[in-house]
Design a protein around this ligand. Structure first.
Ligand code: DAH
Length: 344
């Protein structure tokens, strides 16, 4: 029996040595040490031995199973470590490798320009009008009539308007100036606001003109406001936006809702003033219209022009961006060609 035990020990050690995975080691353990294992079947036969042999062989059998357990534990720890290392090696990541290229999104140059202009005017004490005063689908009444365009007056032709089929006189607004009306109908003076937004005109598209573009409307109404205040604010805006080195000029103009009216031109950046296609050979590009709010407009919204006066302006966002960044075609803003957009 002792020889049998020695043989079991020898075989078991052999098999443990050969085991290459935790699973095959477990199989060895079951084969020799489980309840139905080889060692146990020997221990079951001990009862047939004499007391003396029982003691000797029993002790030897216990010794064998203790030895096997110890060795199995040791081998199991080794295999566990080896398997873990293989797994870790397989899952290793080199954190110094450059990552996948993920293109980064950016703010559109027009949004960026609007934000910049809004910030300049906020710095000059203007606040942004609630957006509900400035809908893109507007009535002729607000877009024209309340702004002192007489019915059927040829002045309406100044802005070729998109009409809708929704209802007669419902249009895509041709200017942000209607926002002035809604603001003054909702707030008594003093008023000091700006309102950026999209406008639409039915024109043929070219390098200088698009059907859709952006304006920023400004309005200041209070007591004792003069044309000097308007000039001061606009000069300050131009100085901050372009820097002082850019030549600009104030030019008398006409709008039905302002009297007197003026436009601001900025020297063409494409030709430096000598004249080119972008500026129609004039050397200048108009960037905004402005003027003193017409007494009729103040009366239309219930403000007494004997007590209050004000100025207003509307600037073209695309023009301002083109002149700052030397962009010679307005259509570039709307094509969404990433080669163009990436430059900002
Ligand atoms: N709405 C005018 C346009 O689109 C621009 C303008 C002129 C706005 C004079 C004003 C203003 O507020 O006072 O051509």
């Amino acid at each position: 029996m002792k020889e049998k035990l020695e043989l079991i020990l020898k075989n078991a050690l052999d098999e443990i040595n050969k085991a290459e995975s935790l699973q095959s080691l477990e199989e060895v353990k079951v084969k020799y040490l489980s309840r139905k294992g080889e060692l146990n079947s020997i221990k079951k036969n001990l009862k047939d031995l004499s007391d003396e042999d029982k003691r000797i062989v029993g002790a030897f059998a216990n010794n064998v199973s203790n030895q096997l357990e110890e060795i199995l534990d040791k081998k199991s720890a080794e295999l566990y470590k080896a398997e873990l290392n293989i797994k870790l090696n397989a899952e290793k990541i080199d954190i110094t490798l450059p990552s996948d290229f993920r293109p980064q999104g950016k703010v559109h140059p027009l949004t960026d320009t609007i934000n910049e202009i809004v910030e300049i005017f906020q710095g000059l004490g203007f606040s942004v009008m609630p957006s509900e005063y400035s809908p893109e689908v507007e009535t002729e009444y607000i877009n024209f009539d309340m702004l002192n365009f007489p019915p059927n007056h040829p002045a309406k032709d100044m802005q070729d308007t998109f009409y809708t089929k929704t209802a007669p006189n419902v249009i895509l607004r041709s200017q942000t100036s209607g926002a002035q009306i809604r603001q003054m109908l909702n707030q008594a003076p003093p008023v000091r606001v700006i309102s950026p937004g999209r406008v639409y005109r039915c024109e043929s598209v070219s390098a200088r003109k698009n059907n859709l573009f952006h304006q920023i409307e400004g309005l200041l109404v209070d007591k004792d406001i003069t044309f000097g205040d308007l000039k001061g604010i606009l000069n300050e805006f131009v100085r901050i936006y372009f820097g002082s080195a850019r030549p600009t000029r104030f030019r008398a103009s006409y709008f039905p809702f302002t009297e007197p009216s003026a436009e601001v031109d900025v020297q063409c950046i494409m030709c430096g003033g000598s004249g080119c296609r972008t500026c129609s050979n004039t050397g200048w590009l108009e960037v905004l219209g402005s003027g003193m709010v017409h007494a009729n407009v103040l009366r239309n919204v219930g403000i007494d022009p004997e007590i209050y006066s004000g100025f207003a302006f509307g600037m073209g966002v695309e023009r301002l961006a083109m002149l700052k960044y030397a962009i010679n075609d307005i259509r570039l803003f709307f094509n969404n060609d990433t080669r163009f957009l990436k430059q900002f």
